[in-house]
Design a protein around this ligand. Structure first.
Ligand SMILES: Nc1ncnc2c1ncn2[C@@H]1O[C@H](COP(=O)(O)OP(=O)(O)O)[C@@H](O)[C@H]1O
Ligand SMILES: [Mg+2]
Length: 256
């Protein structure tokens, strides 16, 4: 059986910069994968390529065996690939509920606005945001806006959800809530790829971690293997996580 998402020889150049360099990657259905690497490694570019926000300069990207690398973003979203943005961008002057309803109408198969709102309320409940449903999205806290991003992603009924630094800026309490929510989404059978600087989160939730450096995959293994990988230690982590398997990890996380 082919992978849910299959990248072969994918590259993206920006002028003289090679952001993604001849990348091969298989994402199997049901996995919860962490994507880490220093700033500028190409993580956001990779998500932009997977969602059609950017076109690759070469290579192929297949979803369920079908090439999606030339499809526009809305067709890729309808085919089952949803994402959140590193810089959260809700419609600030619409209610929280209607932000999610718009996504349900657009990509979640809701046939009417009433149906879209009903679905939206379910997603808000799942994401712990139902108390804020009537509020304008622009008035939410950062943690609230991040949850709204997740609810909007879920409203598209994705097979694959790509989370770009969805936990950045959260306090430790909010982070525990975010970890529980990501696990709950995965438990629904949605495949997740998340970019993340907080190694505590990556080590706690991901089964597989891939490491990008200068647009190349330098590691693809279990969290405990990745934190001991000399190439990953040299490029990104330093040695502070090397004993993560033996000791609980609650450090604030690596930054670059
Ligand atoms: N739209 C763009 N135009 C020009 N260069 C870009 C653009 N997007 C990303 N880059 C460059 O591509 C490289 C990878 O960036 P990015 O994917 O944002 O990395 P990451 O998300 O891992 O921090 C960087 O060198 C960045 O400057
Ligand atoms: Mg980024």
């Amino acid at each position: 059986m082919s992978a849910l998402l299959e990248l072969r020889g994918v590259s993206r150049h920006f002028g003289g910069v090679t952001a993604i360099n001849d990348l091969d990657l298989d994402i199997e259905a049901g996995q919860l994968i962490g994507l880490i690497g220093p700033n500028g490694a190409g993580k956001t570019t990779l998500i932009n390529l997977m969602t059609g926000v950017l076109r690759s300069t070469g290579g192929s990207i297949k979803l369920d065996g079908r090439d999606i690398s030339r499809l526009p973003p809305h067709r890729i979203a309808r085919a089952g690939v949803a994402r959140t943005y590193q810089v959260v961008q809700p419609f600030p002057r619409m209610s929280v509920l209607d932000n999610v309803a718009a996504a349900a109408l657009f990509g979640g198969g809701a046939g009417s606005f009433a149906e879209a709102r009903r679905q939206a309320l379910e997603h808000l409940q799942f994401c712990g945001l139902e108390a804020s449903a009537a509020q304008l999205a622009g008035t939410l806290s950062l943690a609230g806006r991040k949850r709204l991003e997740l609810a909007r992603g879920l409203a598209l009924k994705p097979k694959l959800l790509l989370l770009d630094e969805v936990n950045a800026g959260l306090n430790p309490n909010e982070l525990d809530g975010a970890i529980a929510l990501i696990r709950a989404i995965a438990a629904r059978g949605i495949t997740i790829l998340l970019t993340e600087h907080l190694m505590r989160l990556v080590l706690q939730v991901c089964q597989r971690v891939i490491v990008l450096h200068h647009g190349k995959l330098i590691a693809d293994a279990s969290p405990t293997e990745v934190v001991r990988d000399p190439a990953v230690i040299a490029a990104y982590l330093g040695s502070r996580y090397a004993n993560a398997a033996a000791t609980p990890v609650d450090a604030a996380g690596a930054t670059s």
